[in-house]
Design a protein around this ligand. Structure first.
Ligand code: ADP
Ligand code: MG
Length: 585
């Protein structure tokens, strides 16, 4: 199990009842309608008898015929209505589960996402929730109607002959013990089958997300085997569940046969001693016969529930992953909002308890306004600085402040609305160019959009594309070039008019001309906003107001390019060997 911890939680039926509660009356109505359908069905033989009676006595049969037609039509209509209401309710339960799960997954904390397989989480929203449909109708309604009929029949049997009832119940109890052994196996197999569906989702997501690399590596066949193995495993476990479900059904059937024979034997003996008359025995045997259907229904409900319980447990696990509290989105900063100041004070941080510290006491301060560049070898912890500012992770110790206020005190939506962030990799989502640009500022007007397109030099691209802003960019923006993706991401961040702009190697893939233009744009923005950049271009680094040199989770030095070249040997070396010079440097 890769996605979620498997600690025992509350029983799955609690979750189910939570999803069913808003629809309880509709479900009850559906159940009543199916009971009525069953009852009208039972009346048919009586009416038929009346009809035959009328025929035999040469009476007019119009009345009986009308009654029969009425009954048949009512039966069909009520039956159709009942199954529609039940099915609709079941779909509403699925809808509720999907919505709650989807909302929850969007709130997941980033560490939980790091540890999860997105494909498996996706399967929990799409496939596992679907299984709640049958659980709602077959299990809940089956248990309700079957259970009710069962109790009523048992009460009647007790009234007819308590001793024979005791015999019947003993047999049913024996069958119950056998079922107690079988039922958990259905649950286990269903669980494994659903896990395999999740594994398949995870493999699919992995392969389709990097199909170019898979093809280029000639790895199609190996990946195909993984996918097939997951599909096969799901089949194997579903078949196993079906086998145990069949065994459970037959156990119930067999138990009823045994009950019939036992009642016949014990009842016969009691008739012989005169304790019971033959009519009572016959009536009782009829009841044993009637018991069959509700028992099958209840056992069916229980076995069906095992599949649903496995799915419910997987849903519960996803709902137990750490998530951010629900919150309304905060409005974006107004046009005249002041730039933010930022400080790290002795921040220590590691991604998990087993991993080494990535920040081993990071301290620096950034005043409001101006550009600060972060440089250092790869793995130094620069991207981690930005992740901590966005509060994707919480520092182990030390304090990070924005505007002098501890980040922990900031309301998350307010904090994030103040920041424009261009992440290092894959900063574009599938959808249209417009969707991507307006992702962080859906209210931005056309003037602002046009202005930003111009400053990020995307206007040319948009003009060239036949569909302009409505062009679809493909999964993770694959239909754009690397440089275009980066400019889209920068444009998106700028449209938010952030008080703090974080650019993580955001211009690394730009050509010299575009890079120079974007550098001017960012410099311009830095006059009114606080800008933090992680950069490898000498041209970007030299124009920064201050440079923070990071190495192995610490800040080595802070200063201007001129200071640092003479004061810090690592910086001097980076400047001499590693910074990429652009054509116009
Ligand atoms: P930089 O941006 O300076 O190249 P990062 O901040 O991205 O460095 O990463 C610093 C270290 O943290 C690296 O050694 C990297 O392996 C590790 N790291 C980064 N992200 C994660 C993560 N999500 N989980 C675990 N380790 C991570
Ligand atoms: Mg990085």
């Amino acid at each position: 199990m890769t996605t979620a911890q498997t600690q025992p939680g509350p029983p799955p039926w609690r979750l189910l009842l939570g999803y069913v509660r808003p629809h309880r009356w509709a479900l009850a109505a559906g159940a009543v309608l199916s009971l009525v359908t069953g009852a009208t069905g039972l009346l048919l033989p009586l009416v038929a008898r009346g009809l035959i009676d009328d025929l035999a006595h040469d009476r007019a049969i119009t009345g009986a015929l009308l009654a029969m037609a009425g009954l048949v039509v009512t039966n069909a209509a009520v039956g159709a209505l009942g199954s529609y209401v039940l099915r609709r309710t079941a779909e509403s339960v699925v809808l509720g589960a999907r919505r709650s799960l989807a909302s929850y997954l969007l709130r997941l904390r980033i560490p939980a996402v790091d540890r999860s397989e997105p494909g498996d989480l996706m399967a929990r929203v799409t496939s596992d929730t679907t299984l709640l449909r049958e659980v709602t109708t077959d299990s809940l309604v089956g248990l309700g109607t079957g259970g009710l009929t069962l109790v009523a029949t048992i009460v009647l049997m007790g009234l007819v002959e308590p001793v024979l009832l005791a015999v019947t119940l003993a047999v049913i109890l024996g069958a119950g013990l056998v079922l107690g052994l079988i039922v958990p196996r259905i649950n286990r197999a269903s669980r494994r089958a659903q896990d395999a569906v999740g594994a398949m989702g995870a493999s699919l997501e992995r392969v389709l997300g990097a199909l170019r690399t898979v093809k280029a590596s000639g790895a199609e066949q190996r990946e195909e085997q993984t996918l097939h193995a997951a599909a096969q495993e799901s089949w194997r476990q579903s078949v196993r569940a079906a086998k145990w479900a069949a065994a459970a059904g037959n156990t119930a059937g067999l138990a009823m046969q045994i009950a019939f024979i036992t009642v016949l034997a014990v009842g016969g003996a009691r008739v012989a001693t005169g304790a019971v008359d033959i009519a009572t025995l016959v009536a009782f045997l009829l009841y044993v016969f009637y018991l069959m259907s509700p028992i099958q229904q209840v056992v069916g409900a229980i076995t069906q529930y095992q599949t649903g319980a496995a799915a419910l447990t997987r849903i519960q696990e996803a709902l137990r992953l750490p998530a951010e509290p629900p919150a309304r989105p905060a409005p974006l900063p107004s046009a005249d909002a002041p730039p933010a100041s930022l400080a790290f004070e002795d921040v220590r941080f590691r991604y998990s308890d087993e991993l080494p510290y990535v920040h081993e006491g990071v301290t620096f301060a950034v005043p409001a306004r101006g550009m600060t560049a972060f440089v250092g070898p790869s793995g130094a912890g620069k991207t981690t600085v930005f992740s901590l500012i966005e509060r994707f992770y919480e520092p182990g110790s030390g304090v990070i402040t924005l505007d002098g206020l501890d980040l922990a005190e900031w309301e998350l939506p307010r904090l994030r609305s103040a920041i424009g962030y261009v992440e290092q990799d894959a900063p574009v989502l599938s959808g249209s160019l417009r969707d991507n640009l307006l992702l962080g500022s859906p209210e931005a007007d056309d003037t602002a959009l046009a202005h930003v397109l111009k400053t990020t030099r995307l206007d040319g691209l948009v003009a060239r594309l036949p569909q302009g802003l409505d062009t679809l960019v493909g999964h993770r923006g694959t239909r754009l070039s690397g440089g275009e993706r980066q400019r889209v991401a920068i444009a998106r961040a700028l449209l938010r008019r952030p008080r703090l702009l974080l650019l993580d190697e955001a211009t690394s893939q730009l050509d010299a001309v575009n890079e120079a233009a974007l550098r001017d744009t960012v410099a311009d923005v830095a006059r009114t906003t606080t800008v933090l950049v992680v950069a490898h271009r000498l041209s970007t680094v030299t124009m920064a107001d201050r440079i923070v040199v990071m190495d192995a989770g610490r800040v080595r030095a802070v200063g201007t390019h001129r200071d640092l070249v003479s004061a810090d040997p690592l910086y001097a070396e980076l400047a001499a060997t590693q910074f990429l010079a652009t054509a116009d440097d």
